[in-house]
Design a protein around this ligand. Structure first.
Ligand code: PEP
Ligand code: MN
Length: 338
């Protein structure tokens, strides 16, 4: 990491960037409020770094000891902010609510879900068109047809769309319909998919793997950042523990720990952690209290008829309650639900 002095000129930064390229490494520039930092990714030698350290405008060269230099808060100290197509903001002061059905099942179901969440003030519609199901016999999603519905229904209501991309071949397709690409828990270490997401100009919501450590998760985020896509948010959705009364165990401690390690926005999905609708509100409120920058909540007009994840989906009235209560918790920690 090359830390430029506070007085470094743009020309001096350009000279450093050029030198880094000459050494066969990739520069990533982060313009902070006080100073510019040039992250260097590659197999540089210590003698090369000495040459860079001697350039004008360089304050110091710091070796980053973790395996996710670009994702680390050292490289980008200020909280990162992602602006979606409709102006909705993820990261910063607001706590962004994203809600909708687990899967797009049809136009009627999607429209009812979207209208229910939009009526509450939600700006981002979730819904899977490509579904990663544990059983090959379960509903697999409507594919591109579902993406089209998502886009049309969202546009009618002024919503942004977050939806999952299951494989690297589908990244361009999903990006042509979605505002935010979701990489699911089961794909957190699908490195081809992460690389494809790094090459596309769309924000990415990277879910935590079912049994991933924070370090593994951060390195997965690093794949996307290293590919040149700086718009990455993380989503804690529960990890595999030994307690069977919930589907997964929400790692609430991940929020403050990640806040220290990284400036990427942190979203919490209480639905997949809980597995049961009656627990979703409590852990959503806890997540906001602990500092989450966003929530991803499953809402279905008739949960008992859902083709996937009905047991954990909230009906519109329960979602209303969650929204109001989470809003009050956000205010208690000097933030607001957006
Ligand atoms: C989902 O959001 O519907 C989903 C499949 O999530 P996860 O990847 O966290 O299981
Ligand atoms: Mn689901």
């Amino acid at each position: 990491m090359i830390v430029m002095s506070a007085k470094a000129t743009p020309a001096e930064v350009r000279a450093v960037v050029a030198k880094v390229r000459l050494l066969g490494c990739t520069p990533h520039v982060s313009h902070g409020r006080e100073r510019t930092i040039v992250g260097v990714v590659g197999h540089e030698r210590d003698s090369d770094l000495d040459a860079v350290a001697a350039l004008d405008g360089v304050e110091r060269v710091v070796r980053v000891l973790n395996d996710y230099p670009l994702a680390s808060r050292d490289f980008h100290p200020a909280d990162r902010v992602i602006t979606l197509g409709n102006g909705a903001i993820l990261g910063g002061q607001g706590v962004l609510m994203m809600a909708g059905p687990c899967a797009v099942e049809g136009r009627q179901q999607l429209t009812e879900s979207a209208e229910a969440v939009a009526a509450r003030g939600v700006k981002v519609l979730r819904g899977g068109a490509f579904k990663p199901r544990t059983s090959p016999y379960s509903f697999q999603g409507l594919g591109e047809e579902g993406l089209k519905m998502l886009r049309e229904v969202a546009d009618d209501l002024g919503l942004a769309v977050v939806t999952e991309v299951l494989s690297s071949e589908d990244v361009e397709l999903v990006a042509s319909y979605a505002d935010l690409l979701q990489v699911g828990a089961r794909n957190m270490q699908n490195y081809r998919l992460l690389q494809a997401c790094g090459a596309v100009d769309r924000p990415v919501l990277l879910k935590r793997g079912l049994a991933a450590t924070l370090d593994e998760w951060m390195q997965a985020a690093e794949y996307i950042l290293a590919g040149g896509n700086q718009q990455v948010a993380l989503c804690e959705r529960g990890i595999r523990a030994f307690e069977p009364s919930v589907r997964f165990t929400l790692d609430i401690t991940a929020i403050p720990v990640l806040k220290q390690l990284t400036s990427l926005p942190i979203v919490v999905d209480p639905s997949h952690a809980a597995g049961r609708a009656e627990y979703v509100g409590a852990i959503a409120r806890a997540a906001v209290a602990a500092g989450a920058d966003g929530l991803l909540v499953e809402v279905h007009p008739r949960p008992s008829e859902a083709l996937s994840d009905g047991a954990q989906s909230l009906d519109p009235a329960s979602f209303d309650r969650l929204y109001q209560q989470a809003g009050r918790v956000a205010e208690a920690v000097d933030r607001c639900l957006v």
